[in-house]
Design a protein around this ligand. Sequence first.
Ligand code: CTP
Ligand code: CA
Length: 226
Amino acid sequence: ADVPSPYRPLAGRRIVITSGPTHEPIDPVRYIANRSSGKQGHAIAAAAAAAGAEVLLVAGPVNLPDPYGVTVVHVETAREMLAAVKAALPADAAVMAAAVADWRVASEGGQKIKKDGSGKPPSLEFVENPDILATVGHDEALRPKLLVGFAAETQNVLENAQSKLVRKRADWIVANDVSAETGIMGGDANTVRIITASGIEDWPSMDKQEVATRLVRRIADFLGGL
Ligand code: CTP
Ligand code: CA
């Protein structure tokens, strides 16, 4: 009877989150990938569930367990991620934390590419992947009340993040510097800035759990009580 009830400010809210990298096949045995660990996106999903939200996490290939209390759809490619996100919307909020591969190979070979003995490597032709955040941002039927994107930058963090906010019609962009000096990609810490139409908030460096907790609190404040 004396057990304190947890603070669940997102009770009754639906939140869609993307996390991790995507893998884009080259042939049946090879793929293009990136260094995203999924730690930040998965931490946000866990924090949102702990805050009472119904969370649908669309996860690329990661070495992480499914977060507790979260429904997880596992995907590999950007196109699969887009389809899963569209199927999960509408929602009260969406947080696109995935490091979606920007390009895929134009024609995935059905057979393993073989060395042809000439010593000349094959050349791959790339095409751009769909932009999941921008697709959702520009579609009134899909757009949640609050659309949050990330921006992974190695230079001109602020300018690039601001232009992503506008171009993709996100409400907030969580910008982080992933340059070699800060060495964040794959690590446990994160230094982020929150960019909105009304200004920029600098958050001190903290671990990804803490970033997740603070972001979820901010989302709950934005959505308000039901
Ligand atoms: N994003 C997405 N789909 C893509 C590429 C990016 O949904 N095909 C989302 C990411 O999940 C993130 C935001 O867009 O929320 C910014 O991703 P980022 O890679 O920083 O931006 P890009 O637009 O891909 O630009 P660039 O990589 O050239 O900086
Ligand atoms: Ca990108």
